[in-house]
Write a protein that binds this ligand. Structure first.
Ligand SMILES: Nc1ncnc2c1ncn2[C@@H]1O[C@H](COP(=O)(O)OP(=O)(O)OP(=O)(O)O)[C@@H](O)[C@H]1O
Ligand SMILES: [Mg+2]
Length: 227
């Protein structure tokens, strides 16, 4: 299978007082291109820690990640930041739209951060249509429901055509029905935009919607299912 990202031997220790927590104990994982990968596992098992390492937000104690033929260990902070803005997209549980910007402006901001100048208006309208929010472009976040805001956040996260979209509990603030809608939206984006999605979830109802499901258990990652 075609891996877009490969992580090898990932360990992550945290020092808490005089104690050292071994949160990731040697994780190897291939992220398959154009697939929806789900990380599950109990609270505190290390899902966010792994996602943060895969997405350059955190650095492992040991091990390395390779993406676009580059190893994170040889990249400096500026190179990683550039890669985050241009090649990666992020969605979080707390939706974090800019409250004083309308939907259109929120999406526009991420294009500006990625340095995209050309055909911006067309692109913003396209991604808002992809999440079926084309009629809400001028609405402020406070005028939208949680599920609607998350759809705008997803439009924003894919506006600059990232290669991988990382989503940490993207459905955590939503009920199962809206959670399923978000998952269907990811599927739609994979088909229409060719993006690869890596997400975490607690919700057992959503697991079956992933192509590949991994479980984090005692600092190790186990593959549970591949379609
Ligand atoms: N910066 C940190 N300093 C110390 N300990 C940390 C730090 N970040 C995470 N941990 C610890 O690492 C473990 C894994 O945390 P992580 O956030 O990755 O879990 P999770 O699987 O995402 O949990 P949840 O499902 O609740 O989001 C936890 O025990 C947490 O307390
Ligand atoms: Mg987490």
């Amino acid at each position: 299978m075609d891996a877009i990202m490969t992580a090898k031997g990932i360990k992550r220790d945290f020092r808490v007082g005089s104690e050292i927590l071994h949160v990731l104990k040697g994780v190897d994982v291939d992220i398959l291109r154009g697939k929806l990968t789900i990380l599950k596992g109990r609270s505190g098992s290390g899902k966010t820690t792994l996602l943060n390492i895969l997405s350059t937000l955190d650095t492992p104690t040991e091990g390395d990640v390779e993406f676009l033929e580059k190893k994170y260990s040889v990249m400096n902070d500026a190179q990683k930041e550039k890669m985050r803005r241009e090649e990666l997209g992020f969605v979080f549980q707390s939706i974090a739209l800019i409250p004083i910007m309308n939907a259109y402006e929120n999406v526009d901001l991420s294009l500006r951060l990625a340095g995209i100048e050309t055909d911006k208006d067309e692109r913003i309208k396209r991604v808002l249509s992809l999440v079926n929010m084309q009629d809400r472009m001028l609405h402020m976040p406070g005028q939208m429901s949680g599920g609607e805001q998350q759809r705008i956040a997803i439009a924003r996260a894919v506006a600059h055509s990232p290669k991988i979209l990382f989503a940490d509990e993207p459905t955590g603030a939503l009920d199962t029905e809206n959670g399923i809608k978000v998952m269907k939206l990811f599927r739609h984006l994979i088909e229409k935009e060719g993006v690869t999605v890596v997400m975490t979830t607690h919700d057992p109802n959503l697991m079956e919607l992933g192509d590949v499901v991994f479980e984090m258990e005692d600092g190790e990652l186990f593959e549970r299912r591949e379609n």
